[in-house]
Design a binder for this molecule. Structure first.
Ligand SMILES: *[C@@H]1O[C@H](CO)[C@@H](O)[C@H](O)[C@H]1NC(C)=O
Ligand SMILES: *[C@@H]1O[C@H](CO)[C@@H](O)[C@H](O)[C@H]1NC(C)=O
Ligand SMILES: *[C@@H]1O[C@H](CO)[C@@H](O)[C@H](O)[C@H]1NC(C)=O
Length: 291
């Protein structure tokens, strides 16, 4: 207990050079005090520690990385493992199903060329890349550090086989001034909570400064509605719905002026029949109006 308070005091003082490396190392290896957890996650603090100091610390995981990875069939999955104070140890990726060692350091140790290790020099990130994800790749992977004893962190890879789908024609012609209501479904998305995102061209719809946009998502049902009221010319574009990082679906929305409407109507079919009738009625009223 005393040692822990002593450490906390040192943390507050900004870790002076007089800190006893040996004592600290000893302390870390036999307990997991909350102060040490704090030490590990505080980046400001690690900036205060001289580089040479790392050598005195045992490796530990930065466990803030995402450890449930969802990848769509055929895409590339990336599992990010961050290890602090690695020193001269190696980071390996192990497939838990068969305890196959996939990579050690940046070398691949499997005949399956789809597994690659990525590491940027002097960074603490060790990424397992799985190219062209297959259903059989789903499962648990371990990021392992060659300490004595070994330490490891488990990652779960989920493979999604069905894609998100917008329930509409691939090209839509919408009259300016009317509302758009696009429905997207992702029935096979894993997990009860599916984040469905809408993009217009490359912009996230929720970041848009245009008012009058609503996204109504039903997470349990895995559906999402994008409602845009009183569309205008600038709302034309490529609308994409994606569920987690599963495949996405896109439709192209053309906003047409009222005059264009009659010309477009045979392409649009029954969808715009009612507004079309309204337009005819309007024209009729205009024609009958005394000049
Ligand atoms: C890392 O793991 C420890 C112990 O399991 C936990 O107390 C801590 O909150 C985790 N840190 C983060 C950033 O998730
Ligand atoms: C949009 O369409 C969905 C599905 O047809 C419907 O449930 C929802 O109420 C509609 N929303 C609006 C604002 O019209
Ligand atoms: C729409 O956007 C998606 C995702 O960015 C892209 O794959 C697709 O090719 C685009 N479609 C058109 C017609 O631009």
């Amino acid at each position: 207990m005393l040692v822990e308070y002593f450490m906390a005091l040192l943390v507050i003082m900004g870790l002076s050079a007089t800190f006893d490396k040996q004592q600290r190392r000893h302390h870390h290896s036999r307990s997991h005090s909350p102060y040490f957890g704090f030490l590990a996650s505080a980046t400001e603090l690690s900036n205060l520690i001289p580089d040479s100091y790392d050598g005195g610390l045992d490796p530990l995981f930065d466990n803030s990385t995402n450890r449930e990875i969802i990848a769509a069939l055929g895409t590339t999955a990336r599992l990010h493992c961050r290890v602090r104070h690695l020193g001269d140890r190696a980071v390996s990726w192990i497939r838990q199903r068969d305890l196959h060692i996939l990579t050690i350091g940046i070398m691949t140790y499997t005949n399956d060329q789809r597994f690659l290790a990525r590491h940027i020099d002097n960074s603490d990130e060790w990424v397992l890349k799985v190219v062209s994800v297959q259903p059989r790749d789903a499962g648990v992977y371990e990021c392992q550090v060659s300490t004595e004893p070994k330490i490891s962190l488990a990652y779960k890879l989920m493979v999604v086989t069905s894609k998100a789908q917008i329930l509409a024609n691939r090209e839509l012609y919408i009259q300016s001034g009317s509302d758009i209501n696009l429905t997207c479904i992702a029935p096979q998305a894993p997990g009860p909570y599916t984040h469905m995102l809408w993009h217009k061209d490359t912009e996230l719809v929720s970041d848009s400064t245009r008012g009058g946009i609503r996204v109504v998502s039903e997470q349990q049902m895995k559906t999402s509605n994008l409602v845009i009221s009183r569309v205008q010319h600038t709302d034309s574009g490529n609308y994409t719905c994606s569920a987690d990082n599963s495949n996405s679906d896109s439709v192209f929305v053309h906003i047409i002026k009222s005059e264009q409407h009659a010309a477009m109507q045979h392409e649009v079919g029954a969808r715009l029949e009612l507004p079309h009738l309204c337009l005819l009625l309007l024209l009729l009223v205009a024609a009958l109006r005394p000049l």
